[in-house]
Design a protein. Structure first.
Length: 159
């Protein structure tokens, strides 16, 4: 009985092209659950559409994956937009500190339009700061892992 089922299953899989099989496997689909090429292609399209729907679409979400250089460039662009003059070699921490100070000064202003601008700048600063902190946390985790690897290597080599 199991031989008949396995033969029937094998015939179903033979109806699907090898490239489609590879695509299904890369998407995590069990090939035995698909019986025809058209069904497989429809499933692939459905999975790709669902996966694309889960991808970050907004600019703020996209910045969460930005590199440290891109984040620093965004911070400097915001600083320039606010009228701050920075050197090319100013650190990210210093840029963020200067932006924060400028926003505080704007928020304390009696001019309502300046306070509104401060709120808009604060939202942009929050996005940049969150991105920068995520990058710093990732780097710290990587350095900790490398440190642990070196300790493990020392123990394994009896050093």
């Amino acid at each position: 009985m199991t031989d008949i089922n396995s033969v029937a299953q094998q015939q179903k899989q033979n109806n699907i092209s090898s490239s489609t099989k590879v695509t299904l496997e890369s998407l995590g689909v069990n090939i035995s659950s698909v019986s025809s090429e058209s069904e497989a292609k429809a499933l692939i399209e459905k999975l790709k559409a669902a996966k694309a729907g889960n991808q970050p679409q907004g600019a703020e979400e996209k910045k969460a994956d930005a590199s440290e250089t891109e984040t620093l460039a965004d911070a400097k662009a915001l600083a320039n937009k606010m009228g701050l003059v920075l050197n090319n070699n100013t650190s990210a921490d210093e840029v963020l500190r200067q932006i924060t100070n400028k926003i505080r000064a704007m928020a304390a202003s009696e001019n309502p339009s300046e306070r509104q601008m401060a709120q808009a700048y604060q939202a942009q600063l929050t996005t940049i700061t969150n991105s920068y902190q995520a990058i710093q946390a990732s780097q710290n985790n990587m350095y900790s892992a490398m440190d642990m690897m070196s300790i493990n290597n020392k123990y394994s080599l009896n050093l």
